[in-house]
Design a protein around this ligand. Sequence first.
Ligand SMILES: C[S@@+](CC[C@H](N)C(=O)[O-])C[C@H]1O[C@@H](n2cnc3c(N)ncnc32)[C@H](O)[C@@H]1O
Ligand code: SF4
Length: 374
Amino acid sequence: MGAVRHLYVHLPFCAHRCGYCDFVTVVGRGEQHGSYVDALLAELELEGRVLAERVETVFLGGGTPTFTHPTELERLLRALPETEELTVEANPETVTLELAELLRDGGANRVSLGAQSFRPHLLSVLERHAGPDDVRRAVHTLRDAGFDNVSLDLLYGIPGQSIADLDADLADALALEPEHLSCYELEAKPGTRFTHAHGDELERQAEAMEDYFERVVDRLTAAGYRWYETANFCLEPERTGGRDLRARHNLAYWWGRDYLGIGVGAVSTVDGVRRRNLPGLGRYVDALGAGRRPPCETEALGDETRERERLLLGLRLDQPLPVAAVDRVLDRAAAERLELRGLVELTGRNGDVAVRLTARGRFLGGGVTAELLA
Ligand SMILES: C[S@@+](CC[C@H](N)C(=O)[O-])C[C@H]1O[C@@H](n2cnc3c(N)ncnc32)[C@H](O)[C@@H]1O
Ligand code: SF4
């Protein structure tokens, strides 16, 4: 029995490929869903010994996990270890009452719904299949099935978006009273079809990004959400009878804890080694079908690399990061300078000093963090 308490499971299938998406996905392939789940279960069998007896969180990400054939999704859910938080990513158009009940009966207690926007013209730029009403219907259906922890993903910086569009998206999302919201800046990879099609407009959006970000934070914090991570917000405990609604699985990652990832393209970090399964569905399924580990690349993470990651990720959070955990990579003199400029806060004394970014520091984000790196 190992000590890893967090498990990520990658389900790569999607109904179609959205232009901006850079995740490991494959379109359709209904006939391969069964053999893929077989492979996942074989990989879990091979690697599962690193898992602790008590697995705290499981995250089914994609791709579109809820596009996976229901029989196969059910089989997978039933084979996963028991856990305290089981999140499933879902696309709105896939959420029927049957699916919501299948997820619930399979142990899911959190659903992360990819809304992206509520404006039809922006959804069309993103090549999304779901319209605004599909998002609303999906949330209501999840509620009907008993889900009391629903997260919505929103994107900003979409070609054609205005500040009024963003305000309207935030208002529409808030009207659904989600427990959690993830608001991401749209990243467009150079050289993709999407970037080619929207180049000039993406440049204009890039200039507005800081304003969008501040707007998102102001609006959501004013509505009673805790800005607990750069792009993530959850209802304040006083609005939910004391529940801490931060995404526990993601917190584990931001805290630098070990996690096991299974599936094509999945990443694991265990005992100072990062392993990344390579993309390519066929060779992933074939290897595991033959009882072998899938093709992967591994990287040994030295202490300094781990501390560097811990600092970069830890400063995204609203909670102070113990300096002792990042001693070799934190430039203390820079931290003190930035504290005087109101961008960093140092708390505690002697061996218990901790560091975090102030709200202003968090808005500036990457630049401040870069200065803090020794
Ligand atoms: C791995 S995707 C899968 C979710 C689901 N298939 C969907 O499309 O809603 C998880 C989230 O990543 C975000 N995302 C995907 N591509 C992105 C990009 N190019 N830039 C920023 N965020 C992105 C979206 O908000 C999406 O909901
Ligand atoms: S549905 Fe989600 S995972 Fe699939 S291509 Fe679109 S954004 Fe990517």
